[in-house]
Design a protein around this ligand. Structure first.
Ligand SMILES: Cc1ncc(COP(=O)(O)O)c(C=O)c1O
Length: 384
Protein backbone atom coordinates (compact mmCIF):
# COMPACT_ATOMS: atom_id res chain seq x y z
CA UNK A 1 0.00 0.00 0.00
CA UNK A 2 1.18 3.54 -0.75
CA UNK A 3 0.53 6.64 1.32
CA UNK A 4 -2.19 9.01 0.10
CA UNK A 5 -0.02 11.72 -1.40
CA UNK A 6 -1.40 14.98 0.03
CA UNK A 7 1.71 16.47 1.65
CA UNK A 8 4.65 18.18 -0.07
CA UNK A 9 7.50 16.54 1.85
CA UNK A 10 11.06 17.56 2.71
CA UNK A 11 13.43 14.68 2.17
CA UNK A 12 14.48 14.48 5.83
CA UNK A 13 13.99 11.64 8.31
CA UNK A 14 14.01 12.83 11.91
CA UNK A 15 15.25 10.23 14.38
CA UNK A 16 15.99 12.18 17.55
CA UNK A 17 14.80 15.41 19.14
CA UNK A 18 15.68 17.43 22.25
CA UNK A 19 14.64 20.95 23.26
CA UNK A 20 14.77 23.16 20.15
CA UNK A 21 16.87 20.66 18.17
CA UNK A 22 16.19 17.62 16.01
CA UNK A 23 18.62 15.17 14.37
CA UNK A 24 18.18 13.29 11.10
CA UNK A 25 19.09 9.69 10.29
CA UNK A 26 22.58 10.81 9.24
CA UNK A 27 23.21 12.47 12.60
CA UNK A 28 22.84 16.00 11.19
CA UNK A 29 21.54 18.53 13.74
CA UNK A 30 18.77 21.04 12.89
CA UNK A 31 17.50 24.04 14.83
CA UNK A 32 13.71 23.74 14.97
CA UNK A 33 12.03 27.14 14.74
CA UNK A 34 8.77 25.68 13.45
CA UNK A 35 7.94 22.99 16.03
CA UNK A 36 6.05 20.92 13.45
CA UNK A 37 3.33 23.55 12.80
CA UNK A 38 3.61 25.33 16.19
CA UNK A 39 3.05 22.15 18.18
CA UNK A 40 6.23 21.87 20.24
CA UNK A 41 5.55 24.22 23.15
CA UNK A 42 7.86 23.08 25.97
CA UNK A 43 10.61 21.62 23.77
CA UNK A 44 11.06 18.19 22.23
CA UNK A 45 11.28 15.20 24.61
CA UNK A 46 11.24 17.35 27.74
CA UNK A 47 12.26 15.01 30.62
CA UNK A 48 9.20 15.82 32.76
CA UNK A 49 6.92 15.21 29.75
CA UNK A 50 8.58 11.90 28.90
CA UNK A 51 8.43 10.81 32.53
CA UNK A 52 4.77 11.73 33.02
CA UNK A 53 3.69 10.00 29.80
CA UNK A 54 5.76 6.89 30.48
CA UNK A 55 4.46 6.56 34.03
CA UNK A 56 0.87 7.02 32.84
CA UNK A 57 1.25 4.50 30.03
CA UNK A 58 2.45 1.93 32.54
CA UNK A 59 -0.70 2.51 34.62
CA UNK A 60 -3.54 3.03 32.10
CA UNK A 61 -3.30 4.60 28.63
CA UNK A 62 -6.93 4.80 27.61
CA UNK A 63 -10.46 4.48 28.75
CA UNK A 64 -13.46 6.29 27.30
CA UNK A 65 -15.50 9.16 28.74
CA UNK A 66 -17.86 6.76 30.46
CA UNK A 67 -15.94 6.60 33.72
CA UNK A 68 -14.54 9.15 36.17
CA UNK A 69 -11.16 10.53 35.17
CA UNK A 70 -9.53 12.57 37.93
CA UNK A 71 -6.78 13.53 35.48
CA UNK A 72 -9.36 15.58 33.53
CA UNK A 73 -10.41 17.41 36.70
CA UNK A 74 -6.76 18.08 37.57
CA UNK A 75 -6.16 19.46 34.06
CA UNK A 76 -9.27 21.66 34.21
CA UNK A 77 -8.18 23.02 37.59
CA UNK A 78 -4.63 23.81 36.43
CA UNK A 79 -5.78 25.26 33.11
CA UNK A 80 -8.31 27.47 34.85
CA UNK A 81 -5.54 28.98 36.95
CA UNK A 82 -2.95 29.30 34.18
CA UNK A 83 -5.41 30.87 31.72
CA UNK A 84 -6.96 33.17 34.33
CA UNK A 85 -10.41 31.68 33.62
CA UNK A 86 -11.12 29.51 36.68
CA UNK A 87 -14.91 29.74 36.27
CA UNK A 88 -14.88 28.43 32.66
CA UNK A 89 -15.63 24.77 31.74
CA UNK A 90 -13.36 22.39 29.82
CA UNK A 91 -14.33 19.99 27.02
CA UNK A 92 -11.55 17.81 25.59
CA UNK A 93 -11.06 16.56 22.04
CA UNK A 94 -8.07 15.58 19.93
CA UNK A 95 -7.34 18.29 17.34
CA UNK A 96 -7.74 21.95 16.43
CA UNK A 97 -10.38 21.41 13.76
CA UNK A 98 -12.41 19.37 16.19
CA UNK A 99 -12.10 22.15 18.78
CA UNK A 100 -13.52 24.72 16.35
CA UNK A 101 -16.17 22.32 15.05
CA UNK A 102 -17.45 21.78 18.60
CA UNK A 103 -17.23 25.48 19.50
CA UNK A 104 -19.32 26.48 16.46
CA UNK A 105 -21.84 23.74 17.20
CA UNK A 106 -22.09 24.65 20.86
CA UNK A 107 -22.71 28.31 19.97
CA UNK A 108 -25.51 27.26 17.64
CA UNK A 109 -27.05 24.94 20.26
CA UNK A 110 -26.86 27.84 22.71
CA UNK A 111 -28.66 30.52 20.72
CA UNK A 112 -30.46 28.40 18.12
CA UNK A 113 -29.03 30.42 15.23
CA UNK A 114 -27.18 29.43 12.05
CA UNK A 115 -25.01 32.28 10.77
CA UNK A 116 -21.30 32.53 11.51
CA UNK A 117 -19.05 35.53 10.96
CA UNK A 118 -15.47 34.64 9.94
CA UNK A 119 -12.68 36.71 8.43
CA UNK A 120 -10.57 36.96 5.30
CA UNK A 121 -7.32 34.95 5.49
CA UNK A 122 -8.67 32.86 8.37
CA UNK A 123 -7.74 29.22 8.93
CA UNK A 124 -9.86 27.17 11.33
CA UNK A 125 -9.25 23.57 10.21
CA UNK A 126 -10.48 21.02 7.71
CA UNK A 127 -13.58 19.37 9.17
CA UNK A 128 -16.91 20.46 7.75
CA UNK A 129 -17.84 23.64 9.67
CA UNK A 130 -14.23 24.51 10.50
CA UNK A 131 -13.31 24.44 6.82
CA UNK A 132 -16.46 26.34 5.86
CA UNK A 133 -15.20 29.19 8.07
CA UNK A 134 -11.71 28.97 6.54
CA UNK A 135 -10.99 31.51 3.82
CA UNK A 136 -9.50 29.11 1.28
CA UNK A 137 -11.96 27.81 -1.35
CA UNK A 138 -9.35 25.30 -2.57
CA UNK A 139 -9.80 23.17 0.57
CA UNK A 140 -13.59 23.52 0.84
CA UNK A 141 -15.28 20.48 -0.77
CA UNK A 142 -18.69 21.03 -2.37
CA UNK A 143 -20.30 19.15 0.53
CA UNK A 144 -18.79 21.66 3.00
CA UNK A 145 -20.16 24.73 1.23
CA UNK A 146 -22.81 26.59 3.19
CA UNK A 147 -24.55 29.96 2.85
CA UNK A 148 -24.34 30.34 6.63
CA UNK A 149 -20.80 31.75 6.76
CA UNK A 150 -20.23 35.46 6.21
CA UNK A 151 -16.61 36.46 5.48
CA UNK A 152 -15.66 40.00 6.48
CA UNK A 153 -12.37 41.86 6.09
CA UNK A 154 -10.01 41.38 9.06
CA UNK A 155 -9.67 44.32 11.46
CA UNK A 156 -12.43 46.31 9.69
CA UNK A 157 -14.61 47.65 12.52
CA UNK A 158 -17.04 49.44 10.19
CA UNK A 159 -17.72 46.29 8.12
CA UNK A 160 -18.36 44.29 11.30
CA UNK A 161 -20.75 46.91 12.67
CA UNK A 162 -22.61 47.08 9.36
CA UNK A 163 -22.96 43.29 9.27
CA UNK A 164 -24.39 43.15 12.80
CA UNK A 165 -26.72 46.09 12.10
CA UNK A 166 -28.17 44.15 9.18
CA UNK A 167 -28.10 40.51 10.34
CA UNK A 168 -27.38 40.65 14.10
CA UNK A 169 -30.48 38.67 15.08
CA UNK A 170 -29.36 35.72 12.91
CA UNK A 171 -25.69 35.61 13.88
CA UNK A 172 -24.82 32.63 16.08
CA UNK A 173 -21.10 33.25 16.49
CA UNK A 174 -18.02 35.17 15.44
CA UNK A 175 -14.85 33.11 15.09
CA UNK A 176 -11.47 34.82 15.01
CA UNK A 177 -7.79 34.01 15.53
CA UNK A 178 -6.13 36.52 17.86
CA UNK A 179 -3.17 36.32 15.51
CA UNK A 180 -3.82 34.74 12.12
CA UNK A 181 -1.23 32.01 11.60
CA UNK A 182 -1.70 30.29 8.24
CA UNK A 183 -2.93 33.67 6.90
CA UNK A 184 0.55 35.14 7.49
CA UNK A 185 0.92 36.35 11.15
CA UNK A 186 -1.70 39.11 11.16
CA UNK A 187 -2.54 40.53 14.59
CA UNK A 188 -6.19 41.27 15.38
CA UNK A 189 -6.28 44.84 16.66
CA UNK A 190 -7.39 45.43 20.22
CA UNK A 191 -10.24 47.70 19.10
CA UNK A 192 -11.42 45.00 16.68
CA UNK A 193 -11.60 42.33 19.39
CA UNK A 194 -13.28 44.77 21.75
CA UNK A 195 -15.86 45.54 19.05
CA UNK A 196 -16.53 41.82 18.57
CA UNK A 197 -17.10 41.50 22.32
CA UNK A 198 -19.49 44.47 22.39
CA UNK A 199 -21.49 43.39 19.33
CA UNK A 200 -21.77 39.79 20.55
CA UNK A 201 -23.11 41.09 23.88
CA UNK A 202 -25.59 43.42 22.19
CA UNK A 203 -26.91 40.79 19.75
CA UNK A 204 -26.68 37.54 21.76
CA UNK A 205 -23.94 36.06 19.57
CA UNK A 206 -21.06 33.89 20.83
CA UNK A 207 -17.47 35.14 20.59
CA UNK A 208 -15.18 32.21 19.67
CA UNK A 209 -11.46 32.87 20.11
CA UNK A 210 -9.58 30.41 17.90
CA UNK A 211 -6.44 30.00 19.98
CA UNK A 212 -5.31 26.77 18.35
CA UNK A 213 -2.12 28.36 17.03
CA UNK A 214 -1.83 31.72 18.83
CA UNK A 215 -2.87 30.41 22.25
CA UNK A 216 -1.30 28.39 25.04
CA UNK A 217 1.31 31.03 25.82
CA UNK A 218 2.68 31.40 22.33
CA UNK A 219 2.02 35.16 22.25
CA UNK A 220 3.54 35.69 25.71
CA UNK A 221 0.08 35.81 27.29
CA UNK A 222 -1.92 32.61 27.70
CA UNK A 223 -4.39 33.74 25.02
CA UNK A 224 -3.42 36.39 22.46
CA UNK A 225 -6.98 37.74 22.86
CA UNK A 226 -5.94 38.74 26.40
CA UNK A 227 -3.98 41.68 24.91
CA UNK A 228 -7.34 43.32 24.12
CA UNK A 229 -8.55 42.93 27.72
CA UNK A 230 -11.68 41.02 26.66
CA UNK A 231 -13.05 37.60 27.58
CA UNK A 232 -14.27 35.41 24.74
CA UNK A 233 -17.20 33.04 25.33
CA UNK A 234 -15.30 30.02 23.98
CA UNK A 235 -11.54 29.55 23.50
CA UNK A 236 -10.38 26.74 21.23
CA UNK A 237 -6.98 25.15 21.79
CA UNK A 238 -4.82 22.33 20.41
CA UNK A 239 -1.27 22.43 18.94
CA UNK A 240 0.93 23.37 21.94
CA UNK A 241 -1.48 21.80 24.41
CA UNK A 242 0.09 18.33 24.22
CA UNK A 243 3.58 19.20 22.93
CA UNK A 244 2.97 16.68 20.14
CA UNK A 245 0.45 14.36 21.79
CA UNK A 246 -2.87 14.84 19.95
CA UNK A 247 -5.11 16.74 22.34
CA UNK A 248 -7.38 19.74 21.89
CA UNK A 249 -9.78 21.52 24.17
CA UNK A 250 -12.42 24.19 24.30
CA UNK A 251 -12.93 26.28 27.38
CA UNK A 252 -16.42 27.55 27.78
CA UNK A 253 -17.84 30.55 29.69
CA UNK A 254 -20.14 29.71 32.61
CA UNK A 255 -23.32 31.01 30.91
CA UNK A 256 -23.05 28.32 28.19
CA UNK A 257 -24.70 25.29 29.69
CA UNK A 258 -23.94 21.63 29.13
CA UNK A 259 -26.54 18.97 28.46
CA UNK A 260 -25.81 15.23 28.40
CA UNK A 261 -25.18 14.02 24.87
CA UNK A 262 -24.80 17.52 23.42
CA UNK A 263 -21.10 17.00 22.53
CA UNK A 264 -19.00 13.86 22.64
CA UNK A 265 -15.92 12.02 21.43
CA UNK A 266 -14.29 8.63 21.88
CA UNK A 267 -10.65 9.64 22.24
CA UNK A 268 -10.91 13.15 23.69
CA UNK A 269 -9.43 13.59 27.15
CA UNK A 270 -8.13 10.03 27.57
CA UNK A 271 -5.62 9.23 30.31
CA UNK A 272 -2.52 9.53 28.17
CA UNK A 273 -3.68 12.78 26.53
CA UNK A 274 -4.37 14.31 29.93
CA UNK A 275 -0.97 13.23 31.23
CA UNK A 276 0.65 14.96 28.23
CA UNK A 277 -1.38 18.15 28.72
CA UNK A 278 -0.68 18.17 32.47
CA UNK A 279 3.05 17.81 31.84
CA UNK A 280 2.91 20.79 29.44
CA UNK A 281 1.04 23.00 31.91
CA UNK A 282 3.43 22.02 34.73
CA UNK A 283 6.52 22.84 32.65
CA UNK A 284 5.03 26.14 31.41
CA UNK A 285 4.52 27.15 35.04
CA UNK A 286 7.75 25.80 36.52
CA UNK A 287 9.98 27.21 33.78
CA UNK A 288 8.10 30.48 33.40
CA UNK A 289 7.71 29.93 29.68
CA UNK A 290 5.21 32.75 29.08
CA UNK A 291 7.82 35.19 30.29
CA UNK A 292 10.51 33.47 28.24
CA UNK A 293 8.30 33.68 25.13
CA UNK A 294 7.82 37.40 25.77
CA UNK A 295 11.49 38.15 26.36
CA UNK A 296 13.11 35.94 23.74
CA UNK A 297 10.34 36.84 21.26
CA UNK A 298 10.98 40.54 21.77
CA UNK A 299 14.73 40.03 21.30
CA UNK A 300 14.11 38.04 18.11
CA UNK A 301 11.73 40.63 16.72
CA UNK A 302 14.00 43.58 17.61
CA UNK A 303 16.99 41.92 15.94
CA UNK A 304 15.01 40.94 12.83
CA UNK A 305 13.86 44.55 12.49
CA UNK A 306 17.51 45.62 12.29
CA UNK A 307 17.91 43.65 9.04
CA UNK A 308 16.69 46.15 6.46
CA UNK A 309 16.04 43.57 3.74
CA UNK A 310 13.31 41.87 5.83
CA UNK A 311 9.97 43.61 5.53
CA UNK A 312 7.06 44.01 8.00
CA UNK A 313 8.57 42.10 10.89
CA UNK A 314 5.56 41.44 13.12
CA UNK A 315 4.10 39.20 15.79
CA UNK A 316 3.85 38.71 19.51
CA UNK A 317 5.90 36.51 21.81
CA UNK A 318 7.19 33.57 19.81
CA UNK A 319 4.72 33.86 16.95
CA UNK A 320 6.64 35.98 14.47
CA UNK A 321 6.51 36.59 10.74
CA UNK A 322 8.21 38.74 8.15
CA UNK A 323 7.93 39.30 4.42
CA UNK A 324 10.78 38.13 2.22
CA UNK A 325 11.37 40.32 -0.83
CA UNK A 326 11.51 38.63 -4.25
CA UNK A 327 15.30 39.07 -4.43
CA UNK A 328 15.70 36.71 -1.45
CA UNK A 329 12.93 34.28 -2.34
CA UNK A 330 15.12 31.22 -1.63
CA UNK A 331 15.84 32.33 1.93
CA UNK A 332 13.63 29.73 3.64
CA UNK A 333 14.93 26.90 1.46
CA UNK A 334 18.54 27.95 2.12
CA UNK A 335 17.94 28.23 5.86
CA UNK A 336 16.83 24.61 5.83
CA UNK A 337 19.28 23.01 3.45
CA UNK A 338 22.42 25.11 4.02
CA UNK A 339 22.03 26.20 7.64
CA UNK A 340 19.91 23.32 8.96
CA UNK A 341 17.19 25.57 10.39
CA UNK A 342 13.50 24.68 10.13
CA UNK A 343 11.14 27.64 9.67
CA UNK A 344 7.53 27.87 8.51
CA UNK A 345 5.95 29.76 5.65
CA UNK A 346 2.73 31.48 4.67
CA UNK A 347 1.90 32.13 1.06
CA UNK A 348 3.08 34.01 -0.88
CA UNK A 349 6.30 35.26 0.77
CA UNK A 350 6.08 35.12 4.57
CA UNK A 351 8.51 33.28 6.83
CA UNK A 352 6.76 32.16 10.02
CA UNK A 353 8.66 31.42 13.21
CA UNK A 354 6.83 29.22 15.74
CA UNK A 355 9.54 27.72 17.95
CA UNK A 356 9.31 26.12 21.36
CA UNK A 357 8.40 28.60 24.10
CA UNK A 358 11.66 27.58 25.78
CA UNK A 359 13.77 28.98 22.92
CA UNK A 360 17.03 30.59 24.09
CA UNK A 361 18.75 33.73 22.87
CA UNK A 362 21.67 31.69 21.57
CA UNK A 363 19.25 29.84 19.26
CA UNK A 364 17.98 33.20 18.04
CA UNK A 365 21.55 34.29 17.32
CA UNK A 366 22.09 31.17 15.22
CA UNK A 367 19.10 32.16 13.06
CA UNK A 368 20.18 35.79 12.78
CA UNK A 369 23.69 34.86 11.66
CA UNK A 370 22.28 32.48 9.06
CA UNK A 371 19.86 35.08 7.69
CA UNK A 372 22.57 37.73 7.52
CA UNK A 373 24.91 35.34 5.73
CA UNK A 374 22.22 34.39 3.21
CA UNK A 375 21.21 37.96 2.54
CA UNK A 376 24.86 38.84 2.03
CA UNK A 377 25.25 35.90 -0.34
CA UNK A 378 22.12 36.85 -2.25
CA UNK A 379 23.01 40.53 -2.40
CA UNK A 380 26.40 39.54 -3.82
CA UNK A 381 24.90 37.22 -6.41
CA UNK A 382 22.46 39.97 -7.49
CA UNK A 383 25.33 42.50 -7.83
CA UNK A 384 27.21 40.16 -10.20
C1 LIG B 1 -5.73 28.81 13.91
C2 LIG B 1 -5.93 27.35 13.61
N1 LIG B 1 -7.11 26.78 13.87
C3 LIG B 1 -7.34 25.49 13.63
C4 LIG B 1 -6.36 24.67 13.09
C5 LIG B 1 -6.65 23.22 12.81
O1 LIG B 1 -5.94 22.41 13.71
P1 LIG B 1 -5.72 20.84 13.39
O2 LIG B 1 -4.76 20.77 12.25
O3 LIG B 1 -5.18 20.30 14.68
O4 LIG B 1 -7.04 20.28 13.07
C6 LIG B 1 -5.11 25.23 12.79
C7 LIG B 1 -4.05 24.40 12.19
O5 LIG B 1 -3.11 24.88 11.62
C8 LIG B 1 -4.89 26.61 13.06
O6 LIG B 1 -3.73 27.19 12.77
Amino acid sequence: MKLFDVYPINNIVIEKAKGSYVWDDKGEQYLDLYGGHAVISIGHTHPHYVERLTTQLNKVGFYSNSIKMPLQDELAEKLGKLSGKPDYQLFLISSGAEANENALKLASFHNGRKKIVAFKKSFHGRTSLAVATTDNPAIVAPVNQTPNVIFLPFNDVAALEACFAEQGAEISSVIIEGIQGVGGINIASEVFLQTIRRLCNEHGAVYIADSVQCGYGRSGKFFSHDYAGVDADIYTMAKGMGNGFPIGGIIIAPHLQAKHGMLGTTFGGNHLACAAALAVVEVIEKENLLQNATEVGQYLMDELKKIPQLQNVRGRGLMIGFDVPEAFKDLRKNLLWKHKIFTGEAKPNVIRLLPSLALRKKDVDQLLEAIKEEIQVDAESIAK
